[in-house]
Design a protein around this ligand. Structure first.
Ligand code: ADP
Ligand code: ZN
Ligand code: ZN
Length: 799
């Protein structure tokens, strides 16, 4: 028997597997979807791999080496996910093995398990290469028990059992023994053995206890190991090992029950549950009750014994959503996102894999959750850029969700108040079924939005001979005063996109740059340093200018800290909560800040993008956008779309329940159509205008984009390679299709490597994909000469 194994080495082909001999003793156990350890290359070094198939013959039969270890007793990837991985490799131009690994929690990835294999060095030289069986079992009780059982039944002969690095958390427990009469025993114990009596008494007092952990006995009751040991020796108790699930959510939630749906919600609900063959684009204004629709749709499929997957942009930014799902579905919910510890993620993943959780809420990577019998997939805020992975494999969670939806023949819901142009255009063409919810649940009008022209404000300030020193305009300050007076709350957004705090010499204009990258260094006041966001270079904040020696160095740009100070001066009575990268570094900090705000322990929530999304505070009646323009200056065809989305989202935080909302947008570009139409909350008009712009520029959704980035330590080398790549692609382009570049991106040098970029705009090009795979392999082979290549299919960021 042979196994096809995708090994953890950067092979030259993105879709390649290697044949390995299955040792006779392992034949019964090896199936597709398991991880194995195999020798690789001439040196025979051990690498992790994934079994993707088995066969009775191999064209390489003579050369095949045997599999060294089996890591999993049960497959960790279903046949669905195996198929998906292949599709993913093809679509993202990533290595197949990267696609397979990206579907699993980090602790199950090869680089994390290296230590475990090191333990096996004594075994390495001996029997393994002669075809003996070895199984390396993760420190997972379920698997270990399974193995023990097989061994007992004589189904497996284990030559070597190698324990993997501890990935599960386990504890010793003391178990009650069924027919022991503890009340009787305690009377027989000597009076001086007080601890023994105490232990017995515990089990008498708590007849419901079947077991208790050693830790609890030691810490809570001060009963030591020797006492426990003796009690076991007497036969009063037994001991065993149990796994403790690391539960990321220990805070209880108040259960919620379904609301009676409004007519609009009802229609959306009906459409979704009957739409297995076509994705649904749910376009509902902020506060139209999309979340309630999602929850009831999930409920519907749970009743049919199916499972549900719900994606949200970044959980740490939208903890309210997790709370709402947990409130409805309790212990059935598993959560997967980057805010969890490695162990928590591993535990949550196994709960899903063992079908102990039916509802998964998670960020991007949760789209690979090993749910079986999927009933529905929901993508909330489907337009969010964070659904696209920036690193290998560069997948878009929406694409993956659509693939899984087709596989399971289940509804896929794309929800948003401001759908991406791509999705909306597909809705228009009826590729997706478009369902609209144009009204808010309580039929409140959308908030009134006022555009504040900062140019005028500046002129006004000049006339009054007081240069505009503050970032808050007079109309916004007045509104804040009124809001506070009514004991209502306000949200202030500081848009930091494409924007950094840097140091500037007021004498000569010098700005400190990173020595390795072509980018200014960002000031981090709390750590007292200048930091490069590209390579991590850090240096202390200098006291004097390196060029002219002046000490007039000052912080440039608006920061949340600066605005906070201004608020304290202008509105000394206001209680301000700040939410930005600095105040949310600690785990759970988001949640705490939002909770404080929800409990009205503060009047103003001031923050960056992270406060724009999904928050539902009934007492918020005022929203202020301090700088609407920063996103517009970015060299990206989506700049208008992103600005429109952000402004609409944040405006939607105001006046969500009975109270009317008010929004102030401060801008230097009051005539920009994205800002104008966002202030009117007119998605339809924005869509029409933006589609014209996209049409003229041959941008998505009219054309598809591919971005190729090539880098080398020498500028000329990087350019030459990029130039040659462009030369290979040009001949196969169709009329109207375009290749732009090679050009240097704005940040042309990162970590002392020079970058060149090529953009391809294409429509239906049969040969392009194949050619790009070839190019990928060719440049990859040139890795030894220092080249690197990245191909980004449908990039979300143009630079
Ligand atoms: P969206 O997700 O579209 O922004 P939400 O689902 O957050 O909207 O709904 C806005 C508010 O209306 C929430 O406070 C929610 O609890 C409430 N709500 C939603 N649907 C109903 C309903 N059918 N009846 C009463 N209240 C509802
Ligand atoms: Zn200077
Ligand atoms: Zn740098």
């Amino acid at each position: 028997m042979y196994a096809q194994v995708v090994v953890d080495v950067p092979t030259q082909q993105t879709d390649h597997s290697f044949d390995y001999l299955i040792p006779a003793a392992l034949e019964k156990f090896i199936v597709a979807g398991q991880r194995v350890v195999v020798p690789f290359g001439r040196s025979g070094r051990r690498v992790q791999g994934f079994v993707v198939g088995t066969s009775t013959t191999s064209s390489y039969a003579q050369k095949c080496k045997p599999i060294a270890y089996l890591i999993d007793l049960q497959p960790v990837l279903s046949s669905e996910l195996l198929q998906l991985s292949q599709w993913l490799a093809n679509r993202t131009f990533a290595f197949w093995v990267d696609c397979l690994q990206t579907m699993l929690p980090n602790v199950m990835r090869a680089k994390y398990s290296k230590k475990a294999w090191a333990l096996t060095s004594t075994v390495r030289q001996s029997a393994l290469f002669q075809g003996a069986a070895a199984i390396s079992v993760p420190n997972d009780l379920t698997q270990q028990r399974q193995l023990a059982q097989w061994q007992k039944q004589g189904q497996v002969r284990i030559d070597y059992l190698v324990e993997n690095k501890a990935q599960t958390r386990q504890q010793l427990v003391l178990n009650r023994v069924a027919n022991q009469d503890y009340a009787h025993i305690v009377t027989q114990v000597k009076p001086q053995a007080t601890k023994q009596r105490q232990l017995l008494q515990l089990f008498i007092d708590h007849p419901d206890w079947q077991q208790i952990t050693y830790t609890a006995l030691q810490q809570k009751y001060q009963i030591g190991n020797s006492v426990i040991k003796a009690a076991i020796a007497h036969g009063w108790f037994t001991r065993s090992q149990i796994e403790i699930r690391r539960n990321p959510y220990t805070n209880p939630v108040t259960p919620s029950s379904p609301q009676v749906l409004t007519a609009e919600q009802r229609k959306a609900y009906q459409t979704i549950i009957t739409s297995a063959s076509r994705p649904v684009l749910l376009e509902g204004v902020t506060g139209s009750g999309k979340t309630e629709v999602y929850l009831q749709v999930i409920e519907h499929f749970l009743q049919q014994h199916k499972t549900a997957l719900m994606l949200v942009p970044e959980i740490s930014l939208t903890p309210q959503m997790v709370t709402r799902v947990r409130a409805r579905f309790g212990g059935q919910v598993a959560v997967l996102h980057s805010g969890l510890s490695q162990g928590e993620r591993y535990d949550e993943w196994r709960r899903i894999n063992q079908q102990q959780a039916q509802v998964v809420v998670g960020a991007r990577s949760a789209v690979f959750a090993p749910l079986r019998h999927l009933g529905v997939i929901i993508i909330d805020e489907e337009h969010e850029a964070s659904y696209k992975q920036i690193d290998n494999p560069r997948y878009h969670a929406r694409d993956v969700a659509l693939w899984r939806g087709r596989y399971h023949h289940c509804p896929v819901v794309l929800g948003s108040a401001t759908p991406s142009l791509e999705s909306r255009a597909r809705g228009q063409k009826r590729v997706y079924q478009l369902v609209q919810m144009p009204h808010r649940v309580y039929n409140q009008p959308l908030p009134q939005v006022q555009i504040v022209d900062l140019r005028e404000q500046q002129n006004l300030a000049l006339e009054l001979n007081s240069p505009l020193q503050v970032d808050l305009s007079q109309p916004l300050i007045t509104a804040l005063h009124q809001c506070l007076k009514k004991h209502e709350q306000a949200i202030l957004l500081l848009n930091r996109r494409g924007y950094a705090n840097f140091l500037l010499c007021r004498n000569c204009g010098f700005v400190p740059h990173c020595p390795n990258c072509d980018i200014t260094l960002t000031v981090h006041l709390q750590e007292h340093c200048l930091l490069c966001h590209y390579c991590g270079h850090r240096e202390p904040i200098m006291k004097q200018c390196q060029v002219c020696g002046s000490s007039k160095l000052r912080l440039s740009g608006t920061g949340t800290q600066k605005v906070e100070t201004q608020l304290q001066e202008l509105l000394p009575q206001a209680r301000v909560l700040r939410m930005d990268n600095d105040t949310t570094t600690r785990k759970g900090a988001h949640q705490r800040i939002l909770q404080q705000f929800a409990q009205q322990q503060a009047d103003i929530l001031l923050g960056t993008q992270m406060i724009a999304k999904g928050l539902d505070f009934p007492n918020v009646t005022l929203v202020g956008v301090i700088n609407a323009d920063t996103g517009l200056g970015i060299n990206d065809f989506r700049a208008n779309e992103r600005t429109f989305q952000l402004l609409t989202q944040v405006s939607g935080r105001a006046g969500r329940k009975q109270k009317l909302g008010q929004v102030f947008i401060q801008t230097y570009n009051p005539d920009n159509y994205a800002i104008q139409l966002a202030s009117q909350q007119d998605y339809e008009a924005f869509y029409r205008q933006e589609m014209q712009f996209r049409h003229q520029g041959n941008y998505p959704p009219y054309f598809f984009l591919i971005k190729i980035t090539i880098s080398h330590q020498e500028r000329a080398q990087a350019f030459k390679m990029a130039y040659n790549v462009a030369k290979r692609i040009k001949p196969i382009l169709q009329p109207r299709e375009q290749l732009l570049g090679p050009v240097q991106p704005t940040v042309a040098r990162i970590k002392n490597r020079y970058y060149y970029q090529i953009i391809i705009k294409y429509r239906h090009n049969q040969s392009l994909g194949q050619l790009l795979h070839q190019i990928m392999n060719n440049v990859q082979i040139d890795k030894k000469r220092g080249f690197a290549i990245a191909i980004d299919n449908e990039p979300q960021q143009m630079e």
